[in-house]
Design a protein around this ligand. Structure first.
Ligand code: MAN
Length: 550
């Protein structure tokens, strides 16, 4: 049995070595742990849990708790087997996979005692991996070179923007000076204009006063005419009985005018004389009176506004047709359109603007209407020139003022963009103002770095805002590896849309993927040289060394 174990150990040592230069070590042990497996000493379990004679190593019986005495067999459930994989990348696999019939190691060392027929493919795989690593390294190098250019461009942009700001500041100083001058000219012109218009102000006021007096006289005339109309016995006193015969005062529409109804319009008096009628009664009565005469409104009379019509006591709901008739009046209380008049009164004859009461007659007021509508004042030549000059000065000032505001706005805009964090070396600055698209089965996504992210259905509907430029969100020293666009359009029953953009090194600025891992939360993948690092150049031996642990 002892003999057999020694033989097995010898075999293990031999099988784990592929050339004379390799360090002898038990099967499944990595080069870094080789010194812990010294055949001339007892073996100390690597977790310190015990010590066994060296011959127990790889004897297919698990002695150590951590499985370290069985690196080359599957005896320990928690053991680990190391494949050297010479020519490619070394690998540690759970020792349960040793001789399980599946090729895990490319050098086939995990299947040394099975019928799996594994062959060593490490050389080919290693070559392909090295090729890939070289390609990736070249890509990094090219990307980094492009990043250097991006940095240079970013720095140039800043330089240009700063000098543009300088330029604008001096234009601003000039524009402000000019604006000051124009303002002084304007103020002076306006002073003169104001003085010149002063005399017209007096004229205007007089004109207004005259207009008011005229309106008052017109109203008084209306009152007189109405009084004459209602005062049937023409004795100069209007009494309740005289109103009772007028159906217009039948406020509850019951077919008769009661003394109470009549008195209401006389402001609870039994009688009124002309003077009282003009000063107080007419104001109360006018709306009803005018309504009653609505199909004939003499030019001197202005129809009442709806709200002017007083609400009589115990008024009953108005019959529907009546309401419709009220509706025919516009906000000023005017009847809208002649057709309406004709509809209300089919016998209406514009020529025969007499009235429905034969004894009714009103004066002709055509000229007066015109008189109230001609308010334009024509200035004398000198005043007109001053008004024109002030107008021209105002407009020149407005132009100057606009120029100042435009320049100020432009400076602010440039300063704002200078304050955006375009990366530690300004490498992202040249992406400002550019947009990149990616189309999947349903949508075309657009990323405009430092501005917005949007989504547009391929079916042609409108764009959906996924977010506005927000902030860099990469972790710690990788802050510039991802960015976030926030506050996009609201999502039905969900959060506002937002997009996270992961940045990967590539030789081109390109949107390469978009997904929606959670509803209304989008993930973009953007390739850019701006995140490529300067690669450490590796010599051929170094590459070989990295991939081939001896
Ligand atoms: C639209 C798109 C989708 C999103 C739904 C949410 O269809 O913006 O990406 O998931 O709205 O309702």
């Amino acid at each position: 049995m002892k003999c057999l174990l020694v033989l097995l150990f010898m075999k293990t040592i031999c099988e784990s070595t592929s050339n004379a230069a390799e360090v002898l070590r038990p099967r499944g042990v990595s080069l870094s742990l080789a010194s812990l497996y010294d055949a001339s000493k007892e073996f100390h379990c690597l977790d310190g849990s015990g010590m066994v004679p060296f011959k127990y190593v790889n004897d297919d019986y698990c002695d150590c708790q951590d499985g370290s005495d069985e690196p080359g067999t599957s005896a320990c459930p928690n053991g680990s087997f190391h494949c050297t994989n010479a020519g490619h990348i070394p690998l540690n696999i759970p020792s349960s996979r040793v001789n399980d019939g599946v090729c895990d190691c490319c050098d086939a060392s995990d299947e040394y005692n099975s019928n799996s027929g594994c062959v060593n493919t490490c050389r080919e795989l290693g070559r392909a991996a090295r090729e890939e690593a070289r390609r990736a390294q070249e890509e990094q190098a090219r990307g980094y070179q492009l990043k250097v250019n991006m940095i240079q461009e970013g720095v140039n942009i800043i330089k240009n923007k700063k000098s543009k700001i300088e330029e604008l500041r001096s234009s601003l100083a000039e524009a402000e000076g000019e604006r000051g001058e124009k303002e002084a000219v304007k103020n002076e012109a306006e002073e003169k204009e104001k003085a010149a218009l002063e005399k017209y102000r007096v004229i205007m006021e007089e004109k207004d006063a005259a207009k008011r007096a005229e309106e008052q006289a017109k109203e008084e005339q209306e009152a007189r005419e109405a009084f004459a109309h209602l005062d049937s016995d023409a004795d100069g006193i209007l009494v309740v009985d005289e109103l009772i015969s007028r159906s217009m005062f039948d406020t509850n529409r019951d077919g008769q005018v009661t003394p109470e109804e009549a008195k209401f319009y006389l402001r609870e008096e039994e009688s009124v004389n002309l003077e009282t009628f003009i000063s107080t009664t007419w104001k109360m009565m006018r709306p009803v009176y005018m309504m009653d005469h609505r199909s004939f409104i003499p030019p001197t009379m202005t129809p009442p506004a709806e709200e002017e019509i007083p609400t009589p006591p115990e008024e009953e709901p108005m019959p529907e047709e009546e309401e419709e008739e009220y509706d025919d009046m516009d906000e000023e209380g005017e009847i809208e359109g002649d057709e309406d008049i004709e509809e209300l009164d089919p016998d209406h004859d514009p020529e025969d603007e007499g009235d429905d009461d034969d004894d009714y007659s009103m004066g002709d007021g055509d000229e007066e209407v015109e008189a109230t509508e001609t308010d334009e004042i024509k200035y004398d030549d000198e005043t007109q020139q001053l008004v024109d000059a002030a107008e021209a000065a105002r407009s020149t000032f407005t132009e100057s003022d606009k120029r100042v505001r435009d320049i100020t706005r432009e400076i602010k805009h440039i300063e704002d963009t200078l304050n955006i964090d375009f990366g530690p070396e300004e490498e992202f600055r040249i992406l400002e103002g550019r947009c990149f698209e990616y189309t999947d089965r349903e949508y075309t996504y657009k990323l405009c770095p430092f501005d917005k992210a949007v989504q547009k259905p391929r079916s042609g509907h409108g764009e959906t805002r996924l977010g506005q430029w927000g902030l860099w969100t990469g972790e710690e020293d990788k802050k510039y590896s991802s960015m976030k666009y926030t506050d996009g359009q609201g999502c039905w029953n969900g959060p506002n849309r937002s997009a996270e953009v992961r940045l990967l090194c590539g030789v081109e600025n390109k949107l390469v993927a978009v997904s929606e891992p959670n509803r209304c939360e989008y993930q973009f993948v953007f390739q850019t040289p701006a995140v490529c690092f300067k690669p450490e150049p590796l010599s051929e031996e170094e590459i070989e060394h990295t991939h081939t642990e001896l």
